[in-house]
Design a protein around this ligand. Structure first.
Ligand code: ATP
Ligand code: MG
Length: 422
């Protein structure tokens, strides 16, 4: 036997036992997006490396150490997308969707980050991304949050998630705060871990977000971002809170909430669960009014979020497990003529009742073996055909999940009867 080739670490196969959760979530998401009047956009999964450097930021974890970057055959540096916002803005500028317009967009698909794989953290993972453009006021931030809150209910995980909110203020306010934070942390720099010492000169706000308990203790007494907010940002945030209150959305204001990507301003938010260990953020977003201009477009206000699909699927598997079956109806047939007749009936069922799942027995076998397979498929009904049924144009109906006598029905009445029994 030759050596087995295995998948790349952190890049998962999504197996048949899991895909029903994905289907359910994806279907709910599509419906949800339509319900709020959002349109889908699809971008390539590979972009020029410079796009992510400029959008996400040179000194973010993502660009510094997590990107899958390679030279293509022309020598251009390309990267697998680590997130979707940069591509979405790039596409919006390129196709003239943003300037002087309002857009409400969404996309769903794989993202790639070279992280240390662990539960809830993978190298290929999937996100739903929602991005809005040309809407500057807090009502759109609130809409994004209401939309996510509705989703948690639809997938049955609303009791295990909580919302954290913060405002990062204007760029100027943040710059002023940044200086204050540096001034506070520099004298105690030695007590920071290596990563955060580096961040002090590159991306100091990220230190607030550190998971290291020692660092958390140090920043507990640091200056607060809230104290540096500009008046307009304060009003924007107050309005957001007011809309959320009016819609009974609970939240906690976390003054240490910053985001790992450079482009955010004003509103930032995260939905967090305690059920997934350290990987508890299932959805994160906020406002990024400066990004379009940063990527060469006209200034356009923007607000959006990204949601980790694997983490939501993990919650669904735990909290609202699906009953898995392969079919609703299983056709059992013995003998050449019966096999052909069974296939014909299966096709008729699929013509007339495309919403039910019909599995034909393939590969022969005696009745016992076929019923075993029928049972294993999880089907509610087995349809049974032998020589006699073919001659009489009838079919046997066996109830696989309840104690009920087997019936004989005429083939002409098949669909009508199946609809009644399912
Ligand atoms: P984290 O703090 O978990 O590293 P992040 O700030 O890097 O998250 P974002 O870039 O905001 O995450 O991505 C939005 C969401 O995508 C996250 O909240 C999470 O649910 C999901 N996500 C991010 N990275 C991964 C990953 N490597 N594997 C699985 N899901 C991920
Ligand atoms: Mg990360």
């Amino acid at each position: 036997m030759s050596q087995k080739i295995q998948a790349i670490r952190g890049m998962n196969d999504i197996l048949p036992q899991q895909t029903p959760y994905w289907h359910q979530l994806e279907a709910i998401l599509r419906q949800l997006m339509a319900a709020y009047g959002y349109n889908e956009i699809r971008m390539p999964i590979v972009e020029k490396t410079s796009l992510f450097k400029r959008a996400v930021g040179e000194v973010t974890d993502i660009v510094e150490k997590e990107m899958y970057t390679f030279d293509d055959r022309n020598g251009d540096s390309l990267s697998l997308r680590p997130e979707g916002t940069a591509s979405c803005v790039r596409a919006g500028i390129e196709h003239g969707l943003l300037y002087n317009q309002e857009q409400r967009l969404w996309y769903m698909g794989p993202m790639f980050r070279h992280e240390r794989p662990q539960k809830g953290r993978y190298r290929q993972f999937h996100q739903l991304g929602v991005e809005t453009f040309g809407l500057a006021t807090a009502d759109i931030d609130a809409e994004l949050i209401l939309m996510t809150a509705r989703l948690w209910k639809a997938v049955g995980i609303e009791d295990t998630v909580r919302l954290e909110l913060n405002s990062l203020g204007s760029n100027e306010a943040r710059a002023e705060y940044r200086d204050a934070l540096i001034a506070y942390l520099t004298p105690i720099k030695d007590q920071l871990d290596e990563d955060n010492q580096r961040r002090l000169s590159t991306n100091p706000l990220r230190i607030l977000d550190s998971k290291n308990p020692e660092v958390q203790k140090l920043v507990a007494d640091a200056p607060k971002l809230n104290d540096y907010l500009d008046q307009e940002s304060k009003e924007h945030f107050a309005r957001l809170c007011q809309i959320l209150d009016a819609n009974h959305i609970e939240y906690e204001v976390n003054s240490k909430l910053v985001r790992g990507l450079d482009y955010y301003n004003r509103t930032v938010f995260e939905w967090i669960t305690d059920k997934l260990g350290a990987q508890g953020t299932i959805c994160a977003g906020g406002r990024y009014d400066g990004l379009t201009e940063q990527l060469g477009g006209h200034a356009t206000t923007a607000s959006g979020f990204a949601m980790g699909i694997e983490r939501i699927v993990a919650l669904m598997e735990e909290l609202s497990p699906l009953e898995m079956t392969d079919a609703d109806v299983y056709l059992v047939a013995l003998g050449d003529a019966a096999e052909i007749n069974a296939i014909q009936l299966a096709e008729i069922l699929r013509d007339e009742m495309p919403y039910i799942r019909v599995r034909s027995n393939c590969g022969g076998g005696n009745f016992k073996k076929q019923f075993k397979r029928a049972d294993k498929s999880g089907a509610t009904l087995a349809l049974v055909l032998g020589e006699q049924e073919v001659t009489d144009k009838t079919v046997g109906v066996k109830f696989l999940r309840e104690h009920k006598e087997q019936l004989m029905i005429s083939q002409a009445q098949l669909c009508e009867k199946i609809a009644e029994f399912l």
